[in-house]
Structures are given as structure tokens and as C-alpha cells.
Design a protein around this ligand. Structure first.
Ligand code: 13P
Length: 251
């Protein structure tokens, strides 16, 4: 049985003070968390320590939104996997579409980031997803398969057990347009099929695949009721405790 993950990607929102307040609000509301649901928060780097301190001793996990693959050195502005670990993170996003499309990160770079995350003991969440024109031209599945192959090549079976995948169609992010539960589930099945052909049936069966893209309290329950959808990576609706908690309660 795969557990359900509800993760909040705060993107470039929440300074340390407001982040600590938001985390405290979520923590307070989580007394009635559904069993079998894992909650993870992805604050901006500078807000990580405040959030880690706030949720310490609870079941809430904390992760970084990004990392650089080198351990240390002259890489102004970057943070390493070891730094995230040292700050109390257990997870890190790799290849969010905003990193791919705004900051030009390609599969080669993302593969090195994923490798660095695994080597340091973090659990990476690999984000994949197609652009609107790629979906309209019928290339969505190919794009997603290429993204998986480009980043997961060179990972061994044991390492794969620590990887999670988030399918986030770019056209659904921050637009209010959600993929239909059927469309999302069908792409999740494509992803699981790819994992099966590359790593075997057991690995595919165990792989956690979250959906992201305008997940809101009103649509979370139908999305999460799909057998193929193992959780949600939430952007906008994770910035208020009430809406994030509503999504968690819909599990
Ligand atoms: P929204 O929920 O705001 O569409 O963002 C989704 C996302 O990018 C999560 O990583």
C-alpha cells in the first residue's frame, strides 16, 4: 500500500516569520490528520530553519525547493544537498517546471541534482510535466517519458525506492485549470508503466506519484480518489493553513 502524500510547495512566498506562523497553523489543524497521509512542506531556503523548528517532533516533513549538485565551493547563491540535510530537510524537489522553464534547467543538470540528493540521503521528488502546446500536439506522453529517462538514468533499484515523482502539467500550474482526474490518472499510468519497464513491476507498484497543478479544496477529493494518484503537490492553496488542511482532510 502506497501512502498518500500531501505536500505544499510555497515557492517564493513566506519569510521566516510568516512561514513559522503558517507551519504552526498547519500543525495545529493536523490533530485530525487522516491515517496513512504524509504531509511535507517545501518552504524557501531561508525559511526552512524556522519551519523545521516549528514542526520539530511532529510527523510533518520539510524539504528544499531546489539544490545544487556540488557539495560546497565557489557557487554563489546556491545551496547543497548537505546544507539542506543539515538544516533538517528530509526531501527536495528536483526539476520543478519553474526551474526547468524560468531558470533553464535541463535533464543533464537535473540528473546531477537528483544524484546529489540521493547521495546525501535526501528523498528527491522529481517533477515532470508537459507544456500546453506539447499536450495539444499529442506529445505529452513522450515529453514526460523523456523527462523521466533523462533524469533517472543511472539510478539503481535501491536508490529508486527513495525517489517520488510529481506529475505537474505546466498548463495547470497557477492557472486554475486542473487536469481532469481521468487525464491525470492516465498520465500517472504512463509514468508507472515507464518505471515498470525500466525498473520492474515491484518498483512501479511502490512508486509514489503525486499530481500537482491547481489542486484546491474543491477538487482534491476527486483527484485523490483515483487509484493512480498517490498525493498532491500543492502550490497556491498551501499558502493558507485552512485551504491546505482542507486538502489534507479530503484524503
Ligand atoms: P498551483 O497549485 O498553484 O497550481 O501550483 C502547483 C505547483 O507548481 C506545485 O509545485
Amino acid at each position: 500500500m502506497r501512502s498518500i502524500i500531501v505536500a505544499g510547495n510555497w515557492k517564493m512566498n513566506m519569510d521566516p516569520q510568516s512561514g513559522a506562523r503558517l507551519a504552526a497553523g498547519i500543525l495545529k489543524g493536523l490533530e485530525k490528520k487522516p491515517a496513512g497521509c504524509v504531509v511535507i512542506l517545501f518552504p524557501p531556503s531561508v525559511t526552512i530553519p524556522a519551519v523545521v523548528e516549528t514542526v520539530e517532533g511532529s510527523q510533518i516533513g520539510v524539504g528544499g525547493q531546489n539544490l545544487y549538485f556540488e557539495e560546497s565551493g565557489a557557487f554563489t547563491g546556491e545551496i547543497s544537498a548537505g546544507m539542506l540535510k543539515g538544516a533538517g530537510c528530509g526531501y527536495v524537489l528536483v526539476g520543478h517546471s519553474e526551474r526547468r522553464h524560468i531558470f533553464g534547467e535541463d535533464s543533464e543538470l537535473l540528473a546531477r541534482k537528483l544524484r546529489a540528493a540521493l547521495d546525501s540521503g535526501l528523498a528527491p521528488v522529481l517533477c515532470v510535466g508537459e507544456l500546453l502546446d506539447q499536450r495539444e500536439s499529442g506529445d505529452a506522453e513522450k515529453v514526460v517519458r523523456d523527462q523521466l529517462g533523462g533524469v533517472l538514468e543511472g539510478i539503481d533499484d535501491r536508490e529508486l525506492t527513495r525517489v517520488m515523482i510529481a506529475y505537474e502539467p505546466v498548463w495547470a500550474i497557477g492557472t486554475g485549470k486542473t487536469a481532469t482526474p481521468e487525464d491525470a490518472a492516465s498520465m500517472h499510468a504512463v509514468i508507472r508503466e515507464w518505471i515498470s519497464s525500466s525498473f520492474g513491476d515491484d518498483a512501479a507498484e511502490e512508486m509514489t506519484i503525486m499530481y500537482g497543478g491547481s489542486v484546491k479544496p474543491h477538487n482534491a477529493a476527486t483527484l485523490l480518489s483515483e487509484q493512480e494518484i498517490d498525493g498532491a503537490l500543492v502550490g497556491g492553496a498551501s499558502l493558507e493553513a485552512a485551504s491546505f488542511l482542507d486538502i489534507i482532510r479530503s484524503v
